[in-house]
Design a protein. Structure first.
Length: 177
């Protein structure tokens, strides 16, 4: 709390007027992050786009975030606040899976994605892939893979090629170079 007060240029007493303790501060910060995600398929910036363009914007977001990733924050959260970390991760996973489901449904309605795809399975799988990358076993993937732009590009191409109709594949081919 001393470090936070010093960084903000306020007293610890002021912090404790807003938060019961350090755990309360961490919990409220995590709730804020859940309610104000850095990327959302439903945001005003991308909600008007078609499903493929939304996913391309998601890819661009991921590429931008690669250089801004803070592994020490994730590590500290897991180490010092394991219950909050698990709750935060599960909430993020569920929210992201729901957004991916909506993106897939939109793509089907637009004729860009195949109507026979299993939306629940694909959205859960993709959400788990993206949100569990940092915790992945180093035996198969190296830490460098997660920060490799080419790795994410291949993942986007793999996903969109797998769910797209011929119309969607043509659109994607012309859009994603």
């Amino acid at each position: 709390m001393d470090d936070i007060a010093n960084k903000l240029g306020i007293s610890k007493k002021t912090i404790y007027q807003h938060f019961k303790n350090k755990t309360d501060l961490v919990e409220q910060a995590l709730e804020w992050q859940i309610n104000h995600p850095l990327f959302s398929f439903m945001s005003e910036d991308v909600s008007h786009l078609n499903a493929i363009d939304q996913y391309i914007e998601f890819y661009r977001f991921i590429v931008n975030q690669i250089s801004n990733s803070c592994e020490s924050m994730r590590y500290d959260l897991r180490k010092y606040y394991p219950k909050l970390s698990n709750k935060f991760h599960l909430t993020k996973l569920t929210k992201f899976q729901n957004e991916l489901s909506q993106n897939l449904q939109q793509g089907i309605q637009e004729g860009l994605f195949r109507p026979e795809i299993n939306i629940e399975y694909i959205s859960k799988t993709m959400a788990k892939i993206y949100l569990n990358m940092a915790e992945a076993d180093d035996v198969i993937l190296e830490k460098e893979d997660f920060s490799n732009v080419e790795y994410h590009k291949e993942l986007v191409q793999y996903h969109l090629h797998g769910v797209s109709t011929q119309k969607g594949k043509e659109y994607f081919k012309n859009k994603f170079k």
